[in-house]
Design a protein around this ligand. Structure first.
Ligand SMILES: NC(=O)c1ccc[n+]([C@@H]2O[C@H](COP(=O)([O-])OP(=O)(O)OC[C@H]3O[C@@H](n4cnc5c(N)ncnc54)[C@H](OP(=O)(O)O)[C@@H]3O)[C@@H](O)[C@H]2O)c1
Length: 302
């Protein structure tokens, strides 16, 4: 039975992936710096900034998943480093590498985001994402990349639709959204992201390419919060962060400063097109927002 090694297994995507692989009866090694145990998986502590540690953690793998997020403000310094380390570890193990990516590499575009767009980002985080994707795809290895927009779901605290949206909602506060709430914005449900990445792991045709992971039909954050409020049994409205607040707040807060780069994602429609995935691999049943939101509200309310 093939061993699946999930790097970043305690994060939003890594945790959903680990849970789904375990649910399917797969052998899973769940790797993070903390080595936090996850039910049904072998837990291992490894800091992937150390390529020897990454190599030991990937030993025996048939598939390696890169779900490490080295900290939102540190991507230019750390994302290329940890990605090379995980790539080398996968190569040494003779494993296929599946990289959980986002949509930053394209930079601002008109219209839906699709895989044929150039990696035209000019901001420091977008350039780091583009560099990592290009390096991984150019490597002498079996690599596939699955891209998702902002995610939500159980354990998905760090996303823009995580603690600041669901966490605040269940705490009786207004959910925060980073731009006008009436612009369509694709949101991925974590268990759907996990299932999409597993398709990429299983299918040879996925190798050497970028794929946008399927998500349920894009709606506006306003509508999304209505669904969430309904599930939580509360009445609320989205609170928007004005552009000026990010500009001023960014002087003092590194996190707010970083968010300025990606303002374009929240000030125009941000819609991910996953038709390439579905054309290649067949229909993919995504979880309806209503069901996914209910499960997420339940998790935040525990
Ligand atoms: N946030 C989103 O909406 C979104 C959407 C699409 C794609 N993505 C991308 O998907 C990837 C995973 O993101 P995420 O949001 O799921 O991550 P996350 O929730 O921030 O969790 C990060 C994971 O990486 C581990 N980690 C961090 N530094 C490490 C190191 N040096 N060595 C080993 N493990 C390390 C963390 O565990 P320890 O802290 O214990 O080490 C944790 O398991 C990232 O590339 C992210 O940009 C995110």
């Amino acid at each position: 039975m093939s061993l699946h090694v999930v790097f970043g297994a305690t994060g939003g995507i890594g945790r959903a992936l680990t849970d789904e692989l375990v649910r399917r009866g797969e052998r899973v090694r769940a790797v993070s710096r903390s080595g936090t145990p996850l039910e049904g998986a072998e837990a291992m502590a490894a800091d992937v900034r150390d390529d020897q540690a990454a190599g030991r953690a990937a030993s025996g793998a048939g598939v390696v998943y890169h779900c490490v997020n080295p900290g939102y403000t540190k991507w230019p310094q750390l994302l290329p480093l940890v990605s090379r380390s995980i790539l080398t570890a996968a190569q040494s193990a003779g494993a296929k590498l599946v990289y959980a990516d986002n949509l930053y590499a394209y930079g601002p575009v008109d219209g839906p985001l699709h895989e044929d767009l150039p990696a035209a980002a000019t901001g420091r985080k977008g350039r780091a994402r583009a560099q990592v994707a290009a390096e991984l795809l150019a490597a002498d290895a079996r690599v596939t990349i699955g891209r998702a927009s902002d995610y939500y779901g159980p354990h998905g605290r760090t996303s823009n639709a995580g603690e600041t949206l669901f966490g605040r909602l269940v705490a009786g506060k207004r959910p925060i959204w980073l731009g006008p709430p009436d612009l369509p914005h694709t949101l991925h449900y974590l268990p759907d992201v996990a299932r999409g990445l597993i398709v990429l792991a299983e299918r040879d045709e996925a190798d050497g390419q970028v794929w946008h992971l399927p998500a349920v039909k894009t709606i506006t954050p306003e509508h999304f919060v209505e669904i969430a409020a309904d599930a939580a049994g509360v009445e609320t409205q989205v609170q928007t962060i004005p552009r000026l607040a990010l500009t001023v707040g960014g002087v003092f807060s590194p996190m707010l400063r970083e968010l300025r780069e990606t303002q374009y994602q929240f000030r125009a429609p941000f819609v991910s097109d996953s038709s390439k995935f579905e054309s290649a691999f067949g229909p993919f049943q995504c979880t309806a927002h209503r069901d996914a939101v209910r499960a997420t509200v339940e998790w935040y309310s525990r």
